[in-house]
Design a binder for this molecule. Structure first.
Ligand SMILES: [Mn+2]
Length: 355
């Protein structure tokens, strides 16, 4: 069993990050495409932390984030999160003008979608803070990455705790920063149900002691959906879920037509992929979502226990992620997805499945 290490805070070496931060004048914080709670949480938490240190920083997300996260965004218009799909020129200008770029909650620059080339071309120091497997370390100057945390927000929490100005005292972390950190951890763990480590509870305990309103954040972020989203969820489970007994698997597909019918908004399908895992015989669950422009199919994969969907996503779905939660893309029509998925399940080698 992994022991809780009370000195862990001191173990994260933040020397290079600290010297990078103190020298930087124009910092850009970037999260991943289709941002989830951990991406929005880590980007806004880092921003609030830097702001409190008197640093100039800007936030960029490649595509819009779920509406339920809007309260994490700073109020002032000049501090708003630049969404690349809405303001591509602004995003490019910010990247080009930065002397420090911090990427959060992504392991590959391609996850920034439209900004990969701009980031590569930039002369800025590049920092990665992430918790996914196989980070592209060679593309960054400083890499703070581990899979032994629940979320990027948890890693960022321990990094911030180790910074000289916070010195292990959560009371010194601003409330808005603390809230962002909590939201990212809460959403990535599906409210403490997966990827939870002893230190995750330690983080939660310290943030709650700091004054974070746990119940209030839960209500804002997890009980925030529309009637039509709840009806869509019912439709998916009742009419769309296919259970493949032979493979202990289940999957659902979501088309653009269905999205339209149910007034779909970004974030509405959050959690759908977990629903079939409530069935005792289902060990692997997949959700295939037609992308809004019809260019590709978004793939979400979840598994129980030893089954490794990270490798599965690598091999068959142009993606990756974590052991029990991964994602990818398919470049085929939605109608062809069921056959492709069944073939992939049949061809999935046991040594990878249980690796
Ligand atoms: Mn994450």
């Amino acid at each position: 069993m992994r022991k809780l290490d009370p000195t862990r805070v001191m173990k994260i070496d933040t020397t290079t990050l600290e010297s990078g931060l103190s020298q930087a004048h124009d910092i850009v914080l970037i999260g991943h495409f289709n941002p989830d709670g951990d991406a929005v949480g880590s980007v806004t938490a880092a921003w609030h932390y830097l702001k409190a240190r008197g640093k100039q920083a800007h936030m960029i997300l490649p595509s819009p984030y779920p509406e339920s996260m809007a309260f994490l965004e700073p109020e002032a218009e000049e501090d708003h999160i630049v969404i690349c799909e809405r303001e591509p020129e602004t995003a490019r200008r910010l990247v080009a003008g930065a002397d420090l770029i911090i990427c959060l909650d992504l392991n590959r620059l391609a996850r920034t979608e439209y900004l990969e080339e701009d980031i590569l071309a930039s002369q800025a120091r590049k920092v990665l803070i992430d918790h996914h497997i196989a980070a592209e370390s060679e593309r960054f100057d400083t890499v703070l990455s581990t899979i032994d945390v629940s979320s990027t927000c948890e890693l960022l929490f321990w990094i911030i705790m180790a910074m000289p100005d916070i010195a292990g005292d959560p009371a010194r972390i601003g409330l808005r920063c603390a809230e962002s950190l909590y939201v990212g951890m809460m959403t990535d763990t599906n409210n403490f149900s997966n990827s939870v480590f002893p230190d995750t509870f330690e983080m939660a305990a310290r943030l709650i002691a700091r004054g974070v309103d746990k119940n209030g954040l839960q209500e804002k972020v997890l009980s925030c959906y529309s009637v039509s989203r709840t009806r869509l969820m019912g439709h998916m489970v009742k009419d769309k879920m296919k259970v493949l007994d032979k493979y202990h698997a289940a999957y659902m597909t979501l088309s653009n037509k269905e999205k339209e019918r149910y007034h779909f908004k970004p974030g509405d399908s959050e959690g759908f992929v977990n629903l079939p895992l409530a069935i005792s015989s289902v060990q692997v669950s997949a959700l295939f979502t037609e992308n809004i422009d019809g260019q590709y199919i978004r793939v979400s994969l979840r598994s129980k226990g030893r089954i490794n969907v990270n490798r599965f996503a690598n091999r068959f779905f142009n993606g990756g992620g974590h052991h029990n939660a991964a994602g990818g893309r398919l470049y085929i029509p939605l109608e062809e997805v069921p056959a492709y998925f069944e073939n992939a399940l049949a061809a999935w080698p046991d040594e990878e499945k249980f690796s």
